[in-house]
Design a protein around this ligand. Structure first.
Ligand code: 1CP
Length: 372
């Protein structure tokens, strides 16, 4: 029998009926690239017509709509435990401000919690760890992270957000860097100096390295699981890098950033080490695509043609200025970064008392800009 005709008919049937079904499935899955992929393009070194823009802490208290959801949820930690609340506030800055990326609403402290070092978020005081980890004997309560913990709430929130975003903009996943998490786990709370945690670096370095490695393993598992749930890019926050000397950073932070960067190969990575002005060269040699800069760092710190893209770095306090000044400062900032290698952002998280109009002015100024 000649199979040509049935095969042709079969192929036609397959293409005509199944391709749209398959593309619908792929469209709604994380495999599909977002329509607005400016952020991913800059991370991948591809050409763009303008910098993408988002703001650290954009899913937060400066938005009245965030405060309304938080009031309904009752507490910050209740928002984390209910993925539908977390998803709602993640989407607010995309819908209300038009940013080029969403960042999943969660916190860096969910990793210590999953490892067996829980915290409470005290009103006006910040995080408090009832049982800080201060010596090797305290580490017996620590365990490797896995599914079946509080981290599942983040993965569920990511899935809801991905579904609702309909591939409009990329979703950023994140985690705290090992040194920053160790600082909270030892100190037991936020601090201006983190002197208890820093004392441990000098008095008990083996203990510190042991916990740093455990945090690193947990973070790799957590980021890979966020990626499996659908995030398009991840950011590591080393918020307390600026507390360390260069020597201590190279001993207690850098090796663990390197392990994480080497392990995460699926999506691009941004590293934001606040205050790490002393080792930008070293950071740019990590296998990552983007280095975040705080507002004290000069945009040409890595020369005019850096090997990595840069993110930042408007001083968040500029957003207290009158709108025309915000516009001018934002334009000055864009022009001072290498064209095509810049993700516009603030130099740290937006403060809770900044007006949404000021944030919109910053975002719209970036969105109206074109590289000539
Ligand atoms: O009352 C509230 O509503 C809680 C305020 C709040 C919010 C909105 C906290 C408490 N965390 C968050 C969310 C959060 N935290 C996000 C969401 C996504 C976003 O929009 O960016 C992110 C990325 C974080 C990360 C985070 N948490 C960092 C690193 C970033 C940074 O600002 O340096 C740190 C250090 C934390 C710890 C933390 N979470 C919250 C507080 C009050 C603190 C302590 C800060 C301190 O020790 O001073």
């Amino acid at each position: 029998m000649d199979w040509t005709l049935p095969l042709l008919a079969g192929s036609f049937f397959y293409l005509y009926f199944y391709t749209p079904i398959l593309s619908t499935i792929f469209y709604s899955s994380s495999l599909m690239r977002p329509l607005n992929d400016l952020l991913l393009k800059v991370a991948e070194g591809l050409p763009v017509e303008r910098p993408p823009v988002w703001m650290m802490r954009q899913a937060g208290r400066f938005l009245p709509e965030y405060r309304a959801v938080r009031a309904t949820a009752g507490s910050f930690q209740n928002m984390l435990q209910h993925p539908e609340f977390a998803a709602e506030v993640t989407l607010q800055p995309v819908d209300l401000l038009g940013v080029d990326a969403a960042i999943i609403f969660s916190d860096i402290l969910v990793i210590p919690e999953a490892m067996g070092c829980p915290y409470v978020m005290e009103e006006k005081k910040g995080p408090v760890f009832p049982n800080p980890i201060r010596s090797l004997s305290d580490t017996s309560t620590l365990k490797p992270v896995s599914s079946g913990t509080n981290l599942d709430d983040t993965f569920e929130a990511i899935k809801i957000v991905k579904e609702k975003l309909q591939n409009s903009v990329p979703l950023i996943g994140f985690a705290g860097a090992p040194w920053t998490l160790l600082a909270y786990m030892i100190e037991g709370k936020g601090s201006k100096t983190f002197s208890i945690a820093k004392a441990a670096l000098y008095q008990n370095p083996d203990f510190c390295h042991y916990v740093l490695q455990q945090i690193t393993d947990a973070t790799i598992w957590y980021l890979k699981s966020q990626i499996a749930a659908g995030v398009n890019i991840v950011q590591l926050f080393d918020s307390w890098a600026g507390q360390l000397s260069k020597d201590d950073f190279m001993k207690f932070s850098y090796p663990y950033l390197l392990k994480i960067a080497e392990a995460i190969t699926e999506v691009p990575m941004i590293i934001f080490a606040k205050g790490a002005h002393y080792c930008l060269q070293e950071l740019s040699q990590l296998p990552v695509q983007v280095i975040g800069l705080d507002w004290t760092i000069s945009p040409n710190c890595l020369g005019n043609t850096p090997a990595v893209a840069l993110q930042g770095n408007l001083d968040p306090c500029v957003l207290y200025a009158p709108l025309p000044r915000i516009e001018n400062e934002t334009l000055d900032m864009i022009r001072s970064f290498p064209p095509g290698k810049h993700i516009a952002n603030l130099g740290h998280g937006i403060y809770p008392d900044i007006s949404p109009e000021a944030a919109k002015c910053f975002i719209n100024t970036v969105k109206n800009y074109r590289y000539s």
